[in-house]
Design a protein around this ligand. Structure first.
Ligand SMILES: *[C@@H]1O[C@H](CO)[C@@H](O)[C@H](O)[C@H]1NC(C)=O
Ligand SMILES: *[C@@H]1O[C@H](CO)[C@@H](O)[C@H](O)[C@H]1NC(C)=O
Ligand SMILES: *[C@@H]1O[C@H](CO)[C@@H](O)[C@H](O)[C@H]1NC(C)=O
Ligand SMILES: *[C@@H]1O[C@H](CO)[C@@H](O)[C@H](O)[C@H]1NC(C)=O
Ligand SMILES: *[C@@H]1O[C@H](CO)[C@@H](O)[C@H](O)[C@H]1NC(C)=O
Length: 369
């Protein structure tokens, strides 16, 4: 039976105490019971399911007097915009928390810190644009996490690292354009992943995640539709149906850059001109066979570089040619000069040689004599 304001299950505890202890202790424990265990005003509490239902009350702050042994806390359809870090402090018995259909934006990183027994967390239809990396660090028993209909545009690396028990994850209807495989790898028990209704960019940035998805499906996981929004040629196509071969060009991009991460600035190579589909081996030129030299950001650089190379090569060639011509001319002149000199020398040498010869002959003659 639903009961409000400090009756029902809370009273029965108090009665137990009454029988056990003295009047004073009882009175004290009654006070304690009244302050700790009352059902928050206007909420509905069920003593057998330990459920506190505060939904649809137009609340802008969460009641501070939620009983500490509450297992189910429903706060959906309110007007909550922010949560303080301590709002769920000490509610370690909580299993099920529903904050759907509110206006929550930023969630303090330690807001779920004490919820070590939480298995269900519902944050559907809020205004959450970013998650803190350590938000879900302590909720290690979480089995269902619903973040659908929010404004998430990316997930911080490692945000799901501790959710090894997670079975269901919904990220439907957010603003996600791509995902990192590493973010999902820790979710070893994941069975169902909802990713529909996001503006997916099916380019190199999503390739590794597609690999992960294939592995996930192989091990029996279910993923709902993942429709590409960009590039134009793949719009409306289901990412799971796009053959892996269409991402072959991505490794060429990586080779070109010499690094494993593809284009972190968010201008994916295939945005304007997506891979294959229409014309698989369209251009024979070697440069355009590496699809991603199509990158607008990249191309002018390489073209400029090429022109620079040509100019430098030309200049160097020219200098070498001129030097060779000069050297050749110098060689010719030197050779002709030397030739002339030798001729001159030879013209004089015979005379000198003759006189020497005569002298020697004379010497020989004299010595013989
Ligand atoms: C209270 O919880 C019990 C156990 O879950 C359930 O059987 C009962 O119907 C609930 N009462 C109301 C009024 O919801
Ligand atoms: C939580 O419990 C601790 C000790 O059990 C206590 O010091 C602290 O005040 C409690 N916090 C809240 C918000 O109830
Ligand atoms: C989790 O719940 C169980 C029983 O439901 C309780 O014994 C345990 O203390 C809770 N864990 C924490 C960390 O509070
Ligand atoms: C989201 O919540 C608002 C109010 O909080 C509500 O008006 C709207 O219908 C909800 N949207 C969906 C899709 O549930
Ligand atoms: C190559 O990768 C590095 C980071 O590894 C990045 O800073 C750089 O902009 C990339 N260059 C090109 C042309 O993509």
């Amino acid at each position: 039976m639903p009961v409000t304001r400090g009756t029902g299950w809370w009273k029965s505890r108090y009665l137990l105490h009454w029988r056990e202890g003295s009047f004073l202790t009882c009175w004290l424990s009654l006070c304690a019971a009244e302050t700790l265990l009352t059902c928050p005003s206007s909420c509905t509490c069920n003593s057998s399911s330990l459920e506190v239902d505060c939904s649809g009350l137009g609340l802008t702050i969460i009641p501070s007097d939620i009983p500490l042994d509450t297992q189910t806390l429903l706060l959906l359809n309110n007007k909550l915009t922010t949560l303080t870090g301590s709002v769920f402090a000490n509610l370690s018995a909580l299993h099920y928390l529903d904050l759907s259909h509110n206006f929550l934006d930023l969630l303090p990183q330690d807001v779920f810190r004490d919820l070590a027994n939480l298995t269900d967390l519902h944050l559907r239809n809020n205004s959450i644009r970013a998650l803190e990396k350590s938000l879900l660090q302590r909720t290690v028993l979480l089995r269902r996490l619903d973040l659908s209909i929010n404004g998430l545009s990316q997930l911080p690396a490692g945000v799901f690292d501790d959710l090894t028990a997670l079975h269901l994850l919904s990220l439907r209807s957010n603003r996600l354009q791509n995902l990192d495989r590493e973010t999902f790898e820790p979710l070893v028990r994941l069975q169902k992943l909802q990713l529909g209704d996001n503006p997916w960019e099916c380019d190199c940035n999503l390739r590794d995640f597609k690999h992960w998805m294939e592995w996930f499906s192989y091990r029996g996981g279910k993923i709902d539709g993942l429709e590409c929004t960009l590039p134009k040629e793949l719009r409306g196509k289901d990412m799971r149906m796009v053959p892996m071969e269409m991402f072959n060009y991505c490794s060429q991009v990586e080779d070109e850059n010499g690094s494993s991460s593809v284009d972190q600035t968010g201008t994916p190579c295939a945005k304007d001109r997506p891979p294959l589909l229409s014309e698989p081996k369209a251009e024979p030129e070697p440069e355009s066979s590496t699809e991603c030299s199509q990158k607008q950001r990249y191309r002018p650089v390489s073209v400029r570089r090429a022109i620079g190379t040509v100019i430098i090569a030309g200049v160097v060639c020219g200098i070498v040619c001129i030097m060779m011509v000069v050297a050749a001319a110098y060689g010719c002149i030197y050779a002709s000069l030397m030739a002339k000199y030798h001729r001159e020398l030879k013209r004089r040498q015979p005379l000198m040689g003759d006189t020497e010869g005569e002298h020697e002959e004379q010497k020989q003659i004299s010595s013989v004599a």
